[in-house]
Design a binder for this molecule. Structure first.
Ligand code: PCA
Length: 334
């Protein structure tokens, strides 16, 4: 049996040896054996994305009669957010959740959900997801991954430690980015972006590494950002999605009934997760306000500046995503 150590020193069987071992056991017992999968996730255990995934893995355990048990590792505890996709590709984990837009450097298609002001409501986000699905599936399949489901974050707004009325007020501010699009927002508004995972955000704010970022009310509440920041500009720029995907080889090795169960429960998780996100969104912003933050809808110069940044970024994305990007936007606008 082939064993590898991951970065944390945990012994892992490689995907190949895992299948060899499974095949050997199957041959010996002649019976289906139960599979145990690891599911790294980047966000806190009590975030709705993670809770939704917990319901998903419980339902999978149930409908496979315990033949497929999936263990969630929340908060970047097994692999950090930026390691999860690679870990699933190489089979160090069989399934995982990741903000695919953070991988737009591999393929601009992954950034389809972070094009400013393209889809700014939950309904539009689901429509855009459907429009992107065929293209996204193709790109992921070429990387040895199979998409199971995706769930939106609430609309993205800008957090600051001061009032801002235009991008002029943002010059030089240190800004936390979570993907290329958020880094570009910072650049175009004169701020200085640094890529930081949500699990490190609180520390980065507390130590002054950054004092601004763009995200949802959900992450603002998770990280109690009112302890360091004062203003939330509810720009509703886009609704990025967390995607759950599986290593295709691991998926193909499952009995057909388990594959069907996984796909059916993924569809349930997608519908449930989108509905939950929409239900919770307003409450997150209320909670920011209840903890003393100013909630501002961008107006006048600020709204104009953000719209201009959006236009620039939309044409840049369309340019870089080429035919694939055009196909997604055309399908979305139909
Ligand atoms: N929260 C995640 C991504 C988008 C969001 O709302 C984050 O800030 O990392």
């Amino acid at each position: 049996m082939e064993l590898k150590r991951n970065k944390k020193g945990v012994l892992l069987m490689t995907t190949k040896s895992l299948f060899a071992a499974s095949a050997a056991t199957l041959a010996l017992t002649g019976a289906a054996m139960s599979e145990n999968w690891d599911m790294p996730m980047a966000y806190p255990a009590n975030n709705y994305h993670t809770e939704n995934a917990q319901m998903f893995v419980d339902a999978v355990s149930e409908c496979t009669g315990g033949e497929l048990e999936i263990t969630i590792h929340a908060g970047g505890s097994l692999f950090k957010g930026d390691e999860i996709k690679r870990a699933v590709q190489v089979g160090e984990a069989q399934i995982g959740e990741r903000l695919l837009s953070a991988h737009a450097n591999e393929n601009p298609v992954f950034g389809y959900d972070s094009v400013p002001f393209l889809a700014t409501s939950f309904d539009a986000s689901d429509k855009l997801r459907d429009a992107a699905k065929p293209t996204l599936n193709k790109v992921l399949n070429d990387q040895g991954l199979t998409l199971l489901y995706s769930v939106p974050w609430p609309p993205q707004g800008l957090y600051f430690a001061q009032e801002v009325t235009s991008t002029d007020d943002m010059a030089g501010i240190k800004f936390r980015a979570y993907n290329a699009a958020t880094a570009r927002v910072a650049e175009l508004s004169g701020m200085v972006p640094t890529q930081i995972e949500a699990s490190e955000l609180k520390q980065a704010l507390a130590t002054g590494v950054v004092s601004s970022f763009i995200s949802s009310g959900s992450t603002g509440v998770d990280e109690k950002v009112w302890e360091d920041l004062t203003h939330f500009y509810d720009a509703k720029a886009w609704l990025p999605r967390n995607s759950v995907f599986v290593n295709t080889e691991a998926f193909d090795a499952l009995p057909e009934a388990s594959q069907k169960c996984l796909m059916d429960e993924a569809a349930n998780a997608e519908a449930r997760g989108s509905a939950t996100a929409a239900d919770l969104a307003g409450g997150f912003v209320d909670e920011l306000a209840a903890n003393g933050m100013q909630i501002v809808v961008p107006e006048e110069q600020l709204a104009e500046d953000l719209a201009a940044i959006g236009e620039t970024m939309t044409s840049e994305w369309l340019e870089s995503a080429g035919e694939d990007g055009k196909a997604i936007v055309d399908a979305f606008k139909q």
